[in-house]
Design a protein around this ligand. Sequence first.
Ligand code: SIN
Length: 327
Amino acid sequence: MERDKNIVILGTGGTIAGVAEQAGTSVGYRAAQLGVAQLLQAVPDLQCVAAASLQAEQLAQLDSKDMDHATWHALALRCAQLLGRDDVGGMVITHGTDTLEETAWFLQCVLHPAKPVVLTCAMRPATAVSADGPGNLRDAVACVADAQAAGRGVLAVVAGRVFSARQVRKVHPYRVDAFDGSGVGPEGWVEEGQLRWAKSGMPQAASAGSPARALPPADHWPQVELLHSHAGCSSAVTLTVMQAWHAAGVRGVVVVGTGNGTIHQALGPALEWAQAKGMALRITTRCEEGQVVQAQGEQDARATSLPAVKARISLMLELMGWPRSPD
Ligand code: SIN
C-alpha cells in the first residue's frame, strides 16, 4: 500500500469487542460490546505499524452467529464506497470468529478488491488476561499496509497467519489459533509487524468495478438452505422439509453430501421434487478436507468444490445474476 494513504478500520462486533464479568473468563462473556475506536486504543503502537493514517468506523455491532444479509449488504456497499476513494489504501474489518469465513467469501465474491481488505477477530474477549484481539488487529493493519498485500483479494489474519477468503475456515471452538487454510497452508505470516508471504509477486487482480453496488436490498436476496445427508435420513421428513422450504420462498439448496458428494437414497424424493419445482441445487461434501472429484465425462453441474457455507453464498449470488464463482 502507498504510504500516504489511509487505512479504514470497520467494526462489526464479535469477541474481539467482547466483555466478560471476570478477566479470567474466556467463555460466557458478551460479544460486541466495545466500539472499534476502543479496540484501536488497546494497541498503542498501531500507528507505527501502519505508517498511515487510521480511520475507525462502526458499521455494525453484533455477535457474528447472528450475521444477516442486511448487514452484509451494508458492509459490501460501504467497502465498495471506501475502496473507490483515492485516499483509501485498504481496509481492516473486525468481525466475530463464528461466521468470519462466510463474510470473507461474500466480500470476495462481490468486491474482488484490488486494494487489500483484511478481516480479523479474536477468540478471547477484550477483557481477558490473554486477549488476542489487540495482536490480531495489529497484524491485520500490518498486512493491509504491506506493499505485497494488494491483488490477493479479501484476506483473514488470525494468530499470526494470513488466509485467503476461499480457504479460511474456523476449525476449533476455543483455541486461539482457531482457523486454518482448508488443507493448504496460509498465504503468509505476520511476525513482529512484518509480512512473510508464502508466495511473492502475486499478479494484481483487476477490480471488477464495485459490483457490490448492483446488489438489491437484502430482503430481495434469494434464500438458500443447507440439507445434510447422514445415516438414518428419512424420505418423509426431508420431503416435508423441502416442501415447507419451497412454500417459504427458498430458491436454492446446497446438499452437504457424504464422502465424494454422495447422497443418502432417502433424500432422492425430496431432491427430485425440488428440481421439478425449479429450485437450484448444489452438492458438496461434508469431508473436512479435499473436494468432490468427478469422473471424466460424467460432469454433474450441481457439484461444487466449495465448502457448504461458501457454496450457499455463491448459489445465492448466482440466483441474483452473479456469474458462477470459480470453484
Ligand atoms: C462472534 O462470532 O461474534 C462471537 C464469537 C467470536 O468472535 O469468537
